[in-house]
Design a binder for this molecule. Structure first.
Ligand SMILES: [Zn+2]
Length: 286
């Protein structure tokens, strides 16, 4: 359609240039295209199509092998057609003497995409049948697969979405031994913060922020919740102390790399080091 509007608006000098160095179709441009806006006629559309096919053939001329194999010949418009075994007539010319369209031409890719979309996103076999009603391109199936299904620049996004396979789920690794321990609950725990939440405090209309600390038992999946007024290390240690008072000291704690947990780990290690190095405690124990 763009080609039709371009040809309609072409000025005299451009048309003369085309007439001098283009196909036999060029002199006919005057009779087919009259400057104006109106709807595109059937003749205009098919004439523009023939010009584009002629340009593609000129840009990518067929090799001698292809000429011989497809028995290419020039028709009355100067376009290359494949010769068939039927006698040529106006009725069967398009069907039995298809126009040759080189596989390298950008126009071939556009034609395939256009036909694929106008024929309800048909598969390669149907598209080949539709395409070969009027056109012929060597190695068409491979070309269709490349243009419609593979090439990221030209492939049909709708078809890619429709035929997309679900991604494979990752294989789950074996459970760690702590997850299978049958000892006391909360011997092996995971910890994390969640929140913040805004809550009312007694005697005040203001809302204040609170966070939650969740302790989960890795074995039986039981949970223990503590509320803290901020997400600092000091408040976490207090929450952890309350947890230990209620559930006992865990043997293993898993957490993410949040700063509060890392600092708490260092602090607890430091305290236990100080505890066992304390002179009075050492004397008492000995
Ligand atoms: Zn499609």
């Amino acid at each position: 359609m763009t080609m039709v509007y371009t040809l309609r608006q072409m000025d005299q000098s451009t048309r003369e240039t085309i007439e001098n160095d283009h196909t036999k179709l060029a002199p006919l441009i005057f009779s087919y295209f009259v400057p104006g806006e109106g709807p595109i006629s059937h003749e205009e559309f098919h004439f523009a199509l023939r010009i584009l096919i002629g340009e593609s053939q000129k840009l990518h001329p067929p090799s001698e092998d292809i000429r011989r194999e497809l028995r290419l010949y020039e028709d009355t418009d100067g376009l290359l057609r494949c010769e068939g075994r039927f006698p040529e007539s106006d009725e069967n010319k398009e069907k039995y003497f298809p126009l040759y369209l080189p596989k390298e031409a950008a126009f071939t890719s556009l034609m395939l995409r256009h036909m694929h979309i106008t024929h309800h996103h048909c598969g390669p076999t149907t598209l080949m049948a539709v395409y070969r009603q009027r056109l012929w391109t060597p190695q068409l199936r491979r070309l269709i697969r490349h243009i419609i299904l593979k090439d990221p620049a030209t492939k049909c996004i709708e078809c890619a979405r429709f035929h997309a396979k679900p991604c494979l789920e990752a294989q789950e690794p074996a459970l760690m031994p702590e997850r299978l321990d049958t000892g006391t609950p909360f011997s092996f725990i995971g910890i994390d913060f969640f929140g913040p939440f805004r809550v009312h405090t007694p005697g005040s209309t203001e809302l204040r922020k609170v966070y939650g600390v969740i302790f989960t038992c890795l074995t039986v999946r039981a949970i223990h919740l503590e509320i803290v007024t901020d997400a600092t290390t000091a408040k976490f240690l207090l929450a952890f102390k309350r947890f230990v008072s209620r559930r006992g000291t865990p043997r293993l704690i898993l957490s993410d790399n949040a700063k509060q947990f890392k600092l708490s780990h260092e602090y607890i290690q430091y305290c236990s080091y100080k505890f066992f190095r304390d002179k009075e405690i050492e004397d008492y124990l000995t």
